[in-house]
Design a protein around this ligand. Structure first.
Ligand code: NAG
Ligand code: NAG
Length: 425
């Protein structure tokens, strides 16, 4: 058992005694499995979040693995570029973390993480301070300006790292991988450099929703207020990829967090990145829209594909070492996760109603003429037990999946790759 697993178990045992709501919030950074996470994006992700919740409300298969296309999507041929080769097993990779922040944003979580990860060099751009050592030409287009500025700054550098990880500056965010407790440091720690080398480009988000299997129809003339980037994207496409016709569908998991190999960055002429950033500097679209447009273009930029929806289970296993041996065990985990979250929400409602009744009954005159939802007696204890049991199951199976993920052969099998004895991840 690793140290982390022991910590998880201790936390689990401790968690049983305390109030559930606060327990889960307290746990989210370490054990998590939780949705009780503050949205740290400045509001623009609310639509995403709504979609995420909508998805969560149906106990559908999270990976979309009933799609017959599924297994093709993990193949290395889903790119216009040839696959890259990982280094020999055990050889270290140099890595960069690229993120942007406002002067007011706090990234102290990184100060704690960085000393634990000597392979990682941070490139944190301050977007609204022209005197900061790393800054963007303008504060425009959200993270896209940061990412493109880094690439233009470092393209010719002799020390451009093997692996370049582009992220938001938040440690816990809903769009971070669910099986990694939405924790950016977990993603950084577990990300497979080998997979990034092979694929050249890897979206850090394994879940399809929002974004896959198809979200953006650039040719549409219908203005969908839930995806206002759709029409803007067609215009951007025409300028950014003048040789490629505007496709009928553009799809990739959302959220503009990804890793790119040095080779892949340099497979694309520097002038192209300059053209993309010029569009961003010139565009009259709002930052909210232009940033969102790029969210659905990064995979096009780095793989040449209009649609890139890798299999979720492979992404977790090969990409982060969280390996479910079969699609069934994977689905079971997310089914449980779904019902666990539902029970937490129901308990919240129950407790809210109980508080209301409690408040009103102290002032009985108020009760006259009021319609009150009376919480079913005892239901709270049932729910607490269910939440507890599901949580333990989730944690136990996750630990098992992490253990299975330490076997390079398992990773290769789940990702549909050939593997030979002695090969690494
Ligand atoms: C930054 O955030 C950490 C928690 O992540 C907190 O402990 C610290 O006080 C914050 N610092 C400032 C200056 O807000
Ligand atoms: C881990 O591997 C074992 C042995 O192959 C398997 O029985 C088990 O189901 C796997 N765990 C998960 C979560 O897939």
């Amino acid at each position: 058992m690793t140290k982390m697993n022991i910590v998880i178990l201790i936390l689990l045992l401790r968690s049983r005694a305390r109030n559930y709501h606060s327990t889960l919030q307290g746990l989210s950074q370490t054990v998590g499995l939780g949705e009780l996470i503050e949205d740290e994006d400045e509001g623009e992700s609310n639509q995403h979040q709504e979609q995420d919740l909508k998805q969560a409300q149906r106990p559908a298969d999270p990976s979309g693995s009933n799609s017959p296309l599924l297994y093709h999507h993990d193949s290395l041929s889903s790119s216009s570029f040839p696959p890259g080769a990982p280094k020999a097993a055990g050889e270290p990779y140099t890595r960069a973390l690229i993120a942007g922040r406002l002067t007011t944003e706090n990234t102290t979580w990184l100060d704690t993480y960085l000393p634990t990860d000597p392979t990682l060099t941070p490139f944190i751009y301050v977007v609204n301070d022209q005197t900061a050592p790393l800054h963007t030409p303008r504060n425009k287009g959200h993270e896209a300006m940061v990412y493109l500025t880094y690439i233009l700054d470092q393209y010719d550098s002799l020390t451009l790292p093997d692996i370049n990880i582009f992220m938001h500056p938040h440690s816990i965010a809903w769009h971070n991988p669910e099986l990694l407790n939405h924790d950016a440091t977990e993603a950084l720690k577990r990300l497979s450099s080998e997979r990034v080398m092979r694929h050249g480009y890897m979206n850090l988000r394994c879940h399809w929703d929002p974004g896959c299997p198809e979200r953006i129809h650039p040719g549409t003339s219908y203005r969908d207020n839930l995806k206002r980037e759709e029409i803007a994207l067609a215009g951007a496409w025409a300028e950014m990829f003048p040789d490629d016709p505007i496709p009928s569908v553009v799809a990739a998991p959302c959220c503009a967090q990804f890793a790119v190999s040095r080779d892949r960055i340099r497979s694309i002429p520097k002038a192209h990145y300059a053209r993309y950033r010029d569009w961003l500097l010139r565009t009259k679209e709002t930052d909210w829209i232009s940033g969102r447009v790029f969210e659905y273009l990064w995979h096009k930029i780095f793989t040449g594909q209009d649609t890139l929806c890798p299999d979720t289970r492979s992404c977790y296993c090969d990409g982060y070492g969280v390996c479910f041996s079969t699609p069934e065990t994977f689905e079971l985990w997310f089914d449980n996760h779904h019902w666990w979250r539902k029970a937490i929400k129901e308990l919240e409602v129950w407790e809210e109603r109980a508080r209301t009744i409690d408040g009103v009954s102290r002032d009985y005159k108020k009760i006259e003429g009021m319609r009150l939802d009376v919480p079913v007696p005892g239901r709270n204890w049932e729910l607490k037990r269910e939440i507890d049991e599901r949580f333990q199951l989730l944690a136990r199976v996750r630990v098992e999946a992490l253990r299975n993920g330490t076997d390079p052969e398992v990773r290769a099998r789940v990702a549909g790759r050939l593997w030979g004895v002695g090969e690494g991840y």
